[in-house]
Design a binder for this molecule. Structure first.
Ligand code: ATP
Ligand code: MG
Length: 657
């Protein structure tokens, strides 16, 4: 949804922010006030003022947000936009790590480990240290390690520090980094190498940060390393939308800015251009209950609009059907409406299921963001293990997966021996297969596997991208295995279809001159953020994933005490953050907002009565309408008339087809 907009439509405060010159700038403003737009317009203005594109860097929170910003700028600036660096902190981290890989014991084709690789790596560290741990413990250790790396806990725990050391070494040996490393290693590089710092400072001479309220302490260190005290820093944020406290984001960063950048200019935006008055009255009065806030006012520019609806349903299934039916009806009775103008939000991802089923039954196309990831599927993981190994011969974890898919008659014993040989000769597992001193009775199979990988690597370096890709499916017998294993034709086709999706991406990437290593790094970031681009479909996502987005029509389901607010929030004294999350949910809506709860919900197989969320009672009720409570009210009658009119329109529609 690109809307060409000229700067003449900026309001006075936005204009000041867009054309601000002279040092650090903070735009502190509520939802929908045009903060993200200020960032985009500011970048456009810089380019139009002949600031070199490669001296501008902007970081946003998700890949999706980065893509949207890039698209808007492409529409504005044409080819010039291609040279702009617009990305997430993590992709910026990856770019820095890749470029200076040698300084941290890595090579440029470094692999990025996702959760499952991290787990395997941790398991092997623990077994090497003779520490027994089940899967849950491995998870816990990994999450403590993550906190340690992000400097959210101190490293007093000796054993954890030891584990960290070995884990880091293992990753280094595999030429790999994990997600936290993408944050931490750049800090090390920027701190310890003044030439690296100078280089990136020049590339971030104009540094812009969106959703600043959710940046972490580590990310703030980045900001400080990249932008000197009087530098051109632009950060925009809203303290009321800080929703990642548990991940180390700190609203404190907002205050810290003022201290570290004394010449900071602060601009506040008070006009909201996104939502109707009713939606704003409701969300403003909710967030006003919080005490830890800077306080802002926000007025609507869109008129009062329809009241916020509150729905009661007997159970989550009925609730979902009601939402699905309503979307279908509205979409069919509204001229020009698109499915992707509708969005269903929920607190936790398991809640998507009921909604999905109902939408499918209603024949409504939908897309779940961050659902069971495409990238978690077995066939995708199999394929990626080959591609990772081709790109990085030292990736032992990829080796372990690839060599067993399909089975090559190489058993655990043979692999164990191979591992010992690899350790003794300080080579990777694949390196061991290719080593001329290797002697083993399985040597033919091992060497064959090694040769196969060498051949495939050659193909990827020198052959056509599509042929190289097809060679992987063919020569490794992966395709044959997938077809043989699937119970039926349809399943096999679906799995192959998934691989073809990767093939398409790869070919597009290769045609733009990208390498396989870069491709895998991108896939990794994509898999982590899980946000592809589903146009023409109703959007389903968690509230967290909806940050920064907007939709004409928003439904928030499961508005029950214990679900939203989540019960842990009450227990852990995080109600204010939970309320901010609710504020984020509500302020995604432009014209219509529906909050819905079920009277009974199954928990652990038991039916339990549930109470409506306190967030339904807390806001000023004057712009809200509890539809089922007083079904005979004037407003309900009006609603019924609306409904009839919509039905009639739909009938007309059907007749005229
Ligand atoms: P959030 O806090 O949710 O991230 P935001 O402050 O970043 O919101 P934007 O997404 O930039 O807000 O803008 C909200 C909507 O208002 C967008 O559709 C944007 O195009 C529109 N908008 C912003 N400024 C103006 C303006 N001056 N005139 C008309 N529309 C505007
Ligand atoms: Mg925004």
């Amino acid at each position: 949804m690109l809307r060409a907009m000229s700067t003449s439509e900026l309001n006075e405060e936005q204009y000041r922010a867009v054309f601000h010159r002279g040092g650090p700038l903070l735009v502190l403003a509520g939802a929908g006030s045009g903060k993200t737009r200020v960032i985009t317009e500011r970048i456009a203005a810089l380019v139009e003022r002949d600031v070199p594109e490669d001296a501008i860097a902007a970081v946003t929170f998700t890949n999706k947000a980065a893509r949207e910003m890039r698209e808007r700028l492409q529409a504005r600036l044409g080819d010039k936009a291609d040279k702009l660096r617009i990305c997430t902190f993590h992709s910026l981290g990856l770019a820095i790590v890749r470029e200076h890989a040698g300084l941290i014991g890595r090579r440029a084709n470094v692999s990025v480990f996702g959760v499952s690789e991290q787990k395997s790596a941790m398991k092997s560290v623990l077994s090497e240290m003779k520490l027994a741990a089940d899967s849950d413990q491995v998870d816990r250790i990994l999450s403590r390690l993550s906190l340690l790396k992000s400097e959210l806990i101190e490293g007093h725990d000796n054993q954890l520090a030891q584990i960290r050391e070995r884990y880091d070494l293992l990753l280094e040996r595999m030429n790999a980094v994990d997600f936290d490393d993408l944050m931490v290693l750049p800090i090390r590089l920027l701190n310890e190498h003044s030439d690296v710092r100078a280089l990136w400072q020049s590339r971030a001479r104009h540094f812009l940060v969106d959703e600043y309220q959710d940046s972490s302490r580590i990310q703030y260190q980045w900001v400080q390393l990249l932008v000197p005290e009087n530098g051109n820093l632009t950060v925009v944020g809203d303290d009321d939308q800080s929703i990642y406290g548990w991940r180390g984001a700190e609203v404190k960063n907002l205050f810290q800015l003022q201290r570290d950048y004394p010449s900071l200019t602060v601009i506040r935006l008070e006009d909201n251009y996104r939502s109707t008055g009713a939606i704003l009255d409701t969300s403003n009065s909710l967030i006003a209950i919080n005490t830890e806030r800077l306080g802002k006012s926000l007025r609507s520019n869109l008129g009062q609009g329809k009241p916020v609806q509150v729905w009661e349903s007997p159970n989550p299934e009925e609730e979902a059907h009601r939402v699905a039916g309503d979307i279908r009806l509205k979409r069919n009775s509204t001229k020009d409406a698109k499915w992707d103008h509708y969005c269903v939000l929920y607190r936790a991802s398991y809640q998507a299921r009921a909604v999905e089923i109902a939408l499918r039954e209603a024949g409504v196309p939908y897309h779940v963001s961050g659902g069971l990831s495409f990238f978690d599927r077995a066939e995708i993981q199999d394929l990626l293990s080959y591609l990772r190994l081709i790109a990085n011969f030292d990736d032992d974890l990829a080796f372990m997966r690839a060599i067993g898919r399909p089975r090559r008659g190489i058993g655990d014993k043979a692999l164990g021996d191979l591992g010992l040989f690899a350790m003794a000769h300080s080579v990777s597992l694949l390196g061991a297969c290719l080593h001329n001193e290797l002697e083993h009775k399985r040597i033919d199979s091992l060497r064959e596997f090694g040769d196969l990988l060498v051949a495939l690597e050659f193909q990827f370096k020198h052959g056509e991208p599509d042929e190289a890709f097809d060679a992987v499916l063919d020569l490794t017998h992966l395709e044959a295995a997938i077809r043989a294993e699937a119970d039926d034709e349809a399943k096999a086709e679906m799995r192959m279809g998934n691989l073809m999706e990767i093939r398409r991406w790869w070919i597009k990437h290769a045609e733009n001159g990208g390498t396989l290593a870069e491709f895998l790094q991108q896939i990794f970031l994509k898999a982590d953020q899980k946000d592809d681009d589903p146009t023409g479909q109703v959007r389903l996502m968690t509230v967290h994933a909806a940050k920064g987005l907007e939709f004409d029509d928003v439904y928030v389901v499961g508005m029950e005490d214990g679900i939203f607010p989540h019960k842990s929030a009450l227990e852990e004294n995080r109600m204010e953050e939970e309320r901010r999350l609710m504020y984020v949910a509500m302020t995604r809506a432009r014209y219509r907002l529906t909050l819905s709860y079920a009277r009974v919900r199954k928990r652990f197989g038991q039916k339990e009565k549930s109470a409506p969320s306190p967030f339904l009672h807390e806001p000023d009720q004057s712009s809200m309408r509890w539809v089922d409570r007083d079904s005979d009210s004037e407003e309900a009658k009006e609603e019924a008339l609306d409904f009839m009119a919509a039905m009639r329109a739909q009938l007309e529609n059907i007749k005229s087809r």
